[in-house]
Design a protein around this ligand. Structure first.
Ligand SMILES: Cc1cc2nc3c(=O)[nH]c(=O)nc-3n(C[C@H](O)[C@H](O)[C@H](O)COP(=O)(O)OP(=O)(O)OC[C@H]3O[C@@H](n4cnc5c(N)ncnc54)[C@H](O)[C@@H]3O)c2cc1C
Length: 453
């Protein structure tokens, strides 16, 4: 349905990452008024966190069509379609100019954290009149003042980057993990750049078995060449290292193969200590850092480290959706129609079909989760997929139901696909095959599927 019952209200978009900004671009081109809430002080807050990481998709796949249309009117210097940018380059060359566009800038609220979404005068239990009641977005500005903004529709494009999975193999933080937060980093810290001082010359345990963990490990090994006191323990929950490293010389993607070769060599010559299969059980403070108690296979294991990097995947923050009628697959935490299409337990790369409003519809009319968050816990999201999602959803909101259902995502035949455990999801799945982030200085894109497109 369209949300024409409240057409005078703006379309609220939560999150000014690549997908939220693209949604705003589609909205203005369709004559709708967006209001874009971004918690960070600037757009692209997630990508700024991994600004040093080179992605694996080229610019041609990283720029939304509506966004490009807007930008091309401004004398914007479009990046080379074939080049592969870092997270930081995506922010500088694309997201910042887009956010500054005169048709978008007035609608952007920075430092605006969405706290909750509901329907005006209508709690979750109330059905009568629900669909006609405008949404109400509760948000807090940078001064701490709370506001309520009505909206005709809501797109939640808040991503999953800021809700990483914890260290525990059971999905929980292990005892002591929270208390040791000052020595634990989640994600892909820039261990050779901004965060170097914390990692040089000390022992770091990297937890996670995806390519993101592998990138951190290799960056630490580079640091070790400069400062031999730097020690690296790599803790993997599953012994799927052969698959992870197995690309090697046979890998179709040179940069990913290079990562695998470098890691294999490091293990062989003892520069990298491998703990696998490993499960952390407890973190305790020690005089010189942390004591990590865990199980290596079925044997108790103790490690003394100064730092821990956890790269075990991401999960969506569902807390501010509590008053909405949201239907999620219990496994993926994605809409039930979308979940089977993206489940990495079932799908190898290239088999995630294009999708749009039909798959993203919730029992709450006019509410959609889009972008990385729409995939819930599945680590298989691509920006290009999100751009097609918001093209479809915004067409639906504008009442163009035919365009909304004319799904036509085209991934060029570069072999790029979306099944990388990009942030180190650790489940032992069947056939995830692709993707890695190359370190920023790696010239070739890392992370494509053999034989998929
Ligand atoms: C290391 C890495 C490499 C990747 N490489 C690729 C690649 O090569 N190709 C590809 O296509 N994809 C890649 N991805 C996947 C995906 O494209 C990115 O994660 C992308 O950033 C997702 O965009 P998004 O707009 O959905 O979410 P995000 O970029 O995460 O943006 C969400 C925004 O919402 C804001 N926000 C969160 N909560 C709130 C709130 N309550 N109120 C207001 N604002 C809020 C955040 O501050 C953030 O700015 C990669 C991901 C990672 C982590």
């Amino acid at each position: 349905m369209s949300c024409s019952s409240n057409p005078s209200h703006p379309v609220a978009i939560i999150g000014a990452g690549p997908v939220g900004l693209a949604a705003a671009a589609h909205a203005v081109l369709r004559g709708l008024t967006p209001i874009l809430f971004e918690r960070g002080a600037a757009v692209g807050a997630s990508l700024r966190d991994w600004a040093h990481v080179r992605v694996f998709t080229p610019w041609s796949l990283n720029i939304d069509h509506a966004a490009r249309t807007l930008l091309e009117d401004t004398g914007w210097a479009a990046p080379d379609d074939a080049a592969v940018p870092t997270g930081g380059e995506i922010v500088r060359s694309y997201l910042e100019p887009l956010a500054a566009h005169p048709r978008l800038a007035p609608h952007l609220r920075l430092g605006a954290e969405v706290l909750a979404v509901t329907r005006r005068g209508t709690d979750k239990l109330t059905t009568s009149g629900r669909a006609d009641a405008p949404f109400v977005v509760s948000w807090r500005d940078g001064d701490g003042t709370e506001h309520r903004t009505p909206a005709q529709a809501v797109l939640d494009a808040s991503g999953t980057w800021f809700t990483p999975n914890p260290m525990g193999a059971d999905g929980l933080a292990v005892p002591g993990e929270r208390a040791a937060a000052d020595r634990i980093a989640y994600g892909i810290p820039d261990v050779r750049g901004a965060a170097r001082a914390s990692y040089v010359g000390v022992t770091t345990m990297v937890v996670g078995s995806g390519h993101s963990a592998m990138n951190v490990v290799l960056d630490l090994l580079t640091l070790r060449e400069q400062a031999p006191g730097t020690r690296v323990l790599w803790a993997l929950r599953w012994n799927r290292l052969a698959r992870l490293l197995g690309g090697g010389l046979n890998d179709q993607l040179p940069a990913r193969g290079a990562l695998g070769i470098a890691a294999t060599r490091a293990i062989e010559d003892g520069r990298l200590e491998l703990l696998s299969p490993y499960a952390a059980e407890r973190v305790e403070r020690a005089a010189d850092g942390l004591r990590i108690a865990g199980l290596l296979g079925d044997q108790p294991h103790e490690a003394r480290v100064q730092r821990v990097v956890v790269a075990t995947g991401l999960r969506p923050d569902l807390s501010f959706l509590r008053e909405l009628r949201v239907d999620l697959d219990p496994l993926m935490e994605a809409p039930p129609k979308l979940a089977p299409l993206i489940d990495p337990n079932l799908h190898s790369c290239g088999t995630v079909p294009p999708h749009g409003v039909e798959e993203l519809t919730h029992p709450e009319p006019g509410f959609y989760v889009v972008g990385g968050k729409s995939y819930g816990r599945a680590p298989t999201f691509l920006m290009a997929t999100g751009y097609e999602q918001v093209r479809s959803v915004v067409a639906e909101i504008a009442g163009d139901h035919a365009a909304a259902r004319d799904i036509h995502l085209v991934l060029p035949e570069t072999g790029v696909c979306s099944s990388d455990p990009v942030f180190g999801d650790e489940r032992e799945t069947t056939d995830r095959c692709c993707g890695a982030q190359a370190p920023a200085e790696t010239s070739a894109p890392a992370g494509c599927c053999a034989g998929s497109a």
